[in-house]
Design a protein around this ligand. Structure first.
Ligand code: UDP
Length: 241
């Protein structure tokens, strides 16, 4: 499907892609490669808001499964997203791209708080705004944070860069005959519990008519291909044309 003309996008990267080939944490060389992709996308004239997950460092659910208090574990997860945001900021600025980090958990010495009108100004000035700490509350994920920022920043699409190249009817890792959707409706994603983003994030995008473009960010040059309409991806939308 042809994507609508996009002027401003929200790019969501899973924390796990920052690991590169490691099992945990941040691989600065790989973060730099990702930053190059983001820079190339920016150079096409797009305004970019960035949200990065924290799964490469800590996930609240994993902590809770090992007996931790869920909310406490979620706050640790949010702090992990701030570390990732700072790593990406550093990589982008190494490449000469101006950025600002805004965190939903206030951290004055480290970054700005989330202030929408200030974020608007940063974008106008050509900066990339990296939104950290998700929605700033436990029991949510950075997917919800991405959907929320995409809505409040009036983004034309939410691009979800992850390790798989789209949305499948079953798990492609365990089922070799799984098929990828070119487009799929929000309703089907929710009804069939397809693993795209958590339900609250999908619902927020549906209610605000924000298309979700799921693609693999691990392949070099793929973000640019997706933006030019030549990439492999799945678009979650209620518009079929
Ligand atoms: N988190 C949270 N509220 C938010 C965003 C994130 O509690 O609004 C916590 C949650 O524990 C989550 C962790 O931060 O597991 C890391 O984020 P996420 O799992 O979304 O990262 P990703 O899977 O994208 O790497």
């Amino acid at each position: 499907m042809t994507l609508p003309k996009m002027n401003r996008v929200l790019l969501k990267l899973s924390g796990e892609v920052l690991m590169g080939d490691q099992q945990f944490g941040i691989d600065p060389a790989f973060v730099l490669e990702l930053a190059k992709e983001v820079k190339a996308a920016k150079e096409t004239g797009l305004e970019i808001c960035l949200v990065i997950g924290g799964g490469n460092i800590f996930r609240g659910m994993a902590g809770a499964a090992q007996g931790m208090d869920r909310a406490q574990a979620d706050y640790m997860g949010m702090l992990a997203t701030v570390m990732n945001a700072l790593a990406m900021q550093s990589a982008l600025e190494q490449l000469g791209v101006q950025t600002r980090v805004q965190s939903a958990v206030q951290m004055d010495q480290v970054c700005e708080p989330v202030i929408r009108r200030r974020a608007e100004r940063h974008l106008e000035k050509g900066r990339i705004v990296i939104f950290a700490a998700g929605v700033g509350a436990p029991y949510f994920t950075t997917d919800s944070g991405a959907a929320l920022r995409a809505a409040e920043m009036n983004c034309d699409a939410l691009l979800k860069g992850t390790s798989v190249d789209g949305v499948y009817d079953s798990d492609p890792k365990s089922n070799p005959s799984a098929t990828r959707y070119e487009t799929v409706s929000y309703g089907k994603v929710l009804a069939d519990n397809l693993k795209v983003m958590d339900a609250s994030a999908v619902a927020l995008c549906r209610d605000n008519d924000i298309p979700i473009v799921v693609f693999s960010i691990r392949e070099k040059g793929n973000l640019a291909r997706v933006l030019s309409g030549e990439g492999v991806q799945t678009v979650v939308t209620d518009h079929t044309a």
